[in-house]
Design a protein. Structure first.
Lengths: 193, 251
């Protein structure tokens, strides 16, 4: 099985690769369009700032590639946000895979939302064998709003999309690569889709 | 709800864990990678690795260690000790650390905080503050607690947050090593007053000290070393106890 991890100007790509290696999978970390297109599964990771990341993937052609992919795709953290419609982090147009807005947390509590929080209302194959209310690790200041495509919900200040799915497109706001055995199970579920 | 975090701290000297560890066998105890993996398995929420190697030439050993830790651990970890500039940070993040912690370098060059936050993101910039009570109030110390500064802890902490730090690791030198409990007043003042998380450190001796630091000190996370290393407080037992006392923790 060939797993492509999309390389662009965002952090955590390295830690996603290491997490896959712990599951005995050696991914290809690449920005090559053909390699990504021909992979069995694609992971779109990212930690960073949305507008510069969006500009970067537009320039490299990855922005027009991702919505065309037909194999299972997993967006992680910033990856999820870029797969939404638009973002309050200075992006008027994201990839639009999910017709959802990305907003900044209101400053009613500490921002970023950083640490371990629970996921609820779990739906779909990504959460096979994951119990309701399990803890996963989050680090983010922006969130995707709840939507009919939400497949996991977390509450911090307000309830938001911890995960979303449309057809072959999966996305999680938390970091499965840093979420202990629960995160490993979620990654394994993705690999087994 | 966001869980309160329990963070063991491992001091590393020339690539080996220091401070006696007697709850697992000696071979594993000296190996920072294996010890970290044991803590992660026990339910630690994050780890901090502090490089206390004195000589600059041997710092390469630490970066190699960070790579090994990153390959092994499936939870976040912070590294600190001797970081002076953005290049040091880039090297450690490239090696796989999730966050870096700066202390003396931030006091000597406060602009470094903003530089790091802009280049790498606030979420990976932890500023460690060593504080000690004096006639003038709580004062910041640097050089591993050897040198007093003129900075007032609460003023410095606010500046650090405004400059873009993602988190503050607050160590009370008065409490560190005493096992008489965390410094609740200064911890609460910062944890309630600042828009970023505060990790309390120094003074953990009993499970009730952790209850106090979360309930009274309002800390977002608690860091300790010896009570975990010596097996005095096993992490699973501590987290059960916190949960029984209505503190949100990840079990």
């Amino acid at each position: 099985m060939k797993i492509a991890v999309i390389k662009y100007n965002a952090g955590n790509i390295h830690s996603v690769r290491l997490a896959l290696q712990r599951l005995n999978v050696e991914p290809v970390v690449t920005d090559d369009i053909e390699t990504i297109e021909s992979a069995d599964k694609v992971i779109f990771p990212g930690v960073g700032e949305a507008s510069s990341a969006m500009a970067n993937i537009r320039q490299s052609g990855i922005a027009s590639l991702i919505p065309r992919l037909t194999q299972p795709v997993l967006g992680i953290c910033l990856g999820l946000q870029l797969m939404c419609r638009d973002s309050e982090e200075n992006v008027s147009e994201c990839l639009g895979i999910f017709n959802t807005a990305v907003r900044r947390f209101p400053p009613e509590n500490k921002v970023p939302h950083m640490g371990w929080n629970r996921i609820y209302d779990l739906k779909g194959g990504l959460f096979k064998n994951i119990e309701e209310g399990e803890y996963v690790y989050f680090v983010h200041s922006y969130y995707g709003e709840l939507d009919p495509l939400t497949t996991a919900t977390t509450k911090y200040i307000i309830p938001f999309s911890a995960a979303m799915q449309r057809d072959n497109f999966f996305a999680v706001q938390f970091h499965p690569e840093k979420s202990g055995r629960v995160g490993e199970q979620i990654l394994r579920n993705f690999l087994n889709l | 709800m966001l869980a309160k975090r329990i963070i063991p701290c491992l001091d590393v000297l020339n690539g080996q864990t220091v401070k006696g560890v007697n709850f697992i066998n000696i071979r594993e105890a000296g190996d920072p990678v294996e010890l970290g993996a044991v803590y992660a398995q026990q339910g630690a929420d994050e780890l901090v690795y502090l490089d206390i190697t004195a000589s600059v030439e041997k710092r390469g050993t630490f970066a190699e260690l960070v790579k090994k830790v990153a390959r092994t651990l499936n939870i976040p970890f912070t590294v600190g000790g001797g970081i002076r500039n953005a290049e040091d940070v880039a090297r450690l993040l490239d090696a796989g650390a999730d966050k870096i912690s700066i202390n003396t370098a931030a006091v000597n060059n406060p602009e470094l905080i903003g530089i790091l936050a802009n280049r790498f993101g606030s979420q990976c910039v932890v500023v460690a503050i060593d504080t000690k009570f004096s006639e003038k109030g709580d004062i910041v110390y640097i050089h591993g607690g050897r040198t007093p500064t003129k900075r007032i802890t609460r003023v410095w902490a606010r500046e650090v947050a405004e400059r873009g730090a993602g988190e503050i690791l607050l160590t009370s030198m008065d409490h560190d090593g005493t096992k008489n409990g965390f410094a609740l007043d200064i911890t609460r003042e910062l944890a309630e007053g600042l828009p970023i998380p505060v990790i309390a450190s120094g003074g953990a001796g009993t499970k009730d000290h952790f209850i106090d630091v979360f309930k009274k000190g309002k800390a977002d996370a608690a860091l300790a070393a010896s009570v975990f290393h010596f097996g005095e407080i096993p992490i699973p037992e501590l987290k059960q106890y916190l949960k029984q006392n209505d503190i949100e923790v990840r079990l």
